[in-house]
Every structure is written in structure tokens, then in C-alpha cells.
Write a protein that binds this ligand. Structure first.
Ligand SMILES: O=P(O)(O)OC[C@H]1O[C@H](OP(=O)(O)OP(=O)(O)O)[C@H](O)[C@@H]1O
Ligand SMILES: O=c1cc[nH]c(=O)[nH]1
Ligand SMILES: [Mg+2]
Length: 209
């Protein structure tokens, strides 16, 4: 059974509040997404495996822990998930990056896939799927379905803001994965946007609309 981890840290809460402000422009929004992803990544990577390697310090030689970083894949859901990648790569620069392109139909709110490219031997890696927004949960569920079809067994999902409806749906569809949430918001509105939310994360990161 996976865990739901709601990140309870004043730095994360503060930066999410700045992201929500409609006066926050594209440049600042993009920086905030990157920073929140990095702070959340610190928690999500808490159980990354390490191996002891021999290091010669100026004083002596010891076997000391280093990350087995090559086993990690970061998989953003396009477009908005792309904004989180640089923050996560700052923590583990050797991680591989895959991409799953999904857009939500404006009327049905169903996700549609338009792109997928994953690192080799994805089934052997810890995969961290990232997307700033978990609304109905449709996009996250489809991305995890797809990764499981490819044989992935060790999957985590990270989002900056979740709606209760989406979190419940993802937990029901994929109870085995660990989920990291920057803030659990109130609800979805009639257009399946998160309330209070921050609007359309992709548009705010890329300055479209
Ligand atoms: O939980 P859901 O109801 O599926 O909604 C969440 C999805 O909607 C947004 O993507 P969008 O479709 O706007 O695409 P974009 O990232 O290209 O803007 C968001 O980045 C998630 O991927
Ligand atoms: O509130 C929402 C819901 C879906 N996608 C977004 O970018 N924002
Ligand atoms: Mg969008």
C-alpha cells in the first residue's frame, strides 16, 4: 500500500501561495514551480537507495554512501509537468527523463495521449511522475496505467496542488504508489478546475493564453 504525503512545510506553503496569486507573472511562476518541485523532491527521494563507495578524504579513506542515481527516471506529464523537471534534476542530475504527453479535453475532461518517450529499461527504475495539478485524476491515472503496462513496479507521483476528488481517484486506481502533494485544496468547480487552485498551470508556466 502506498502512502499519501501532504508536504507540511512553511517554505512550500509560502511558495504555493505566491503561485496562486493571479498577479504572479510567467517568469516568477516558472521559478516557483521549479523551487517547489525541488523542495518536494527532497521528501519524495527520502528512500532512494545508496551504495557505499570508497572515498579518500584529506584525513583518511572510508567507504561512504552515494546515490545509485542511474536507476531513477523522472517522468513529467506534458506540458505542465515539464516545469518541475529542472527542480528535480537539480537534486539528482544523473536521473533519466521520460515524457508522457496528455491533454485534457475541455468538455469531457478526459485525458488524451499525444506523445510518449521513455528511457530504456524503464521497468527497472524508480519512476517519479510529476505534474503540478491533480484535478479529476484522469491524467495521472492514465500516465501510471501506461507505466505499469511497460512493467514499472516502483512508481511515485508528485503534484503541487491536488483536489480531494483527484486524490481519491488516483488512490483507488493505484493504491500501491506513493503520492506527494504540496497542498490539498477544497474541491473542483463545474469546469473541473481546482478551487482555489491557481488556474491552468501549463498556461501560467508557458505564458499561453
Ligand atoms: O487531473 P486531471 O483532471 O486530468 O487534470 C490535470 C491535468 O490538467 C492539466 O493539464 P492540461 O490538460 O491543461 O495540459 P497542459 O499541461 O498542456 O496545459 C494538468 O497539468 C494535468 O495534467
Ligand atoms: O485547476 C486545474 C485543473 C486542471 N489543470 C490545471 O492546470 N488546473
Ligand atoms: Mg493546461
Amino acid at each position: 500500500m502506498g502512502n499519501v504525503n501532504i508536504i507540511n512545510h512553511p517554505l512550500v506553503k509560502h511558495k504555493i501561495t505566491l503561485m496562486r496569486d493571479e498577479k504572479t507573472g510567467t517568469r516568477e511562476f516558472r521559478i516557483l514551480v521549479e523551487e517547489v518541485a525541488m523542495l518536494m523532491g527532497y521528501e519524495a527521494m527520502r528512500d532512494l537507495p545508496t551504495e557505499d563507495v570508497e572515498v579518500k578524504t584529506p584525513i583518511t579513506t572510508r567507504k561512504l554512501p552515494m546515490l545509485c542515481g542511474k536507476k531513477l527516471a523522472i517522468v513529467p506529464i506534458l506540458r505542465a509537468g515539464l516545469g518541475m523537471v529542472s527542480g528535480l534534476l537539480a537534486l539528482v542530475p544523473s536521473a533519466k527523463v521520460g515524457h508522457i504527453g496528455l491533454y485534457r479535453d475541455e468538455v469531457t475532461h478526459e485525458p488524451h495521449e499525444y506523445y510518449c518517450k521513455l528511457p530504456d529499461r524503464i521497468n527497472e527504475r524508480l519512476v517519479i511522475v510529476c505534474d503540478p495539478m491533480l484535478a479529476t485524476g484522469g491524467s495521472a491515472i492514465q500516465a501510471v496505467d501506461f507505466l505499469k503496462d511497460k512493467g514499472c513496479k516502483n512508481i511515485k507521483f508528485m503534484c503541487i496542488i491536488a483536489a480531494p476528488e483527484g486524490l481519491d481517484a488516483l488512490r483507488t486506481a493505484h493504491p500501491d504508489i506513493d503520492i506527494y502533494v504540496g497542498n490539498l485544496d477544497e474541491k473542483l468547480n463545474e469546469d473541473a478546475y481546482i478551487v482555489p487552485g491557481l488556474g491552468d498551470a501549463g498556461d501560467r508556466i508557458f505564458g499561453t493564453k
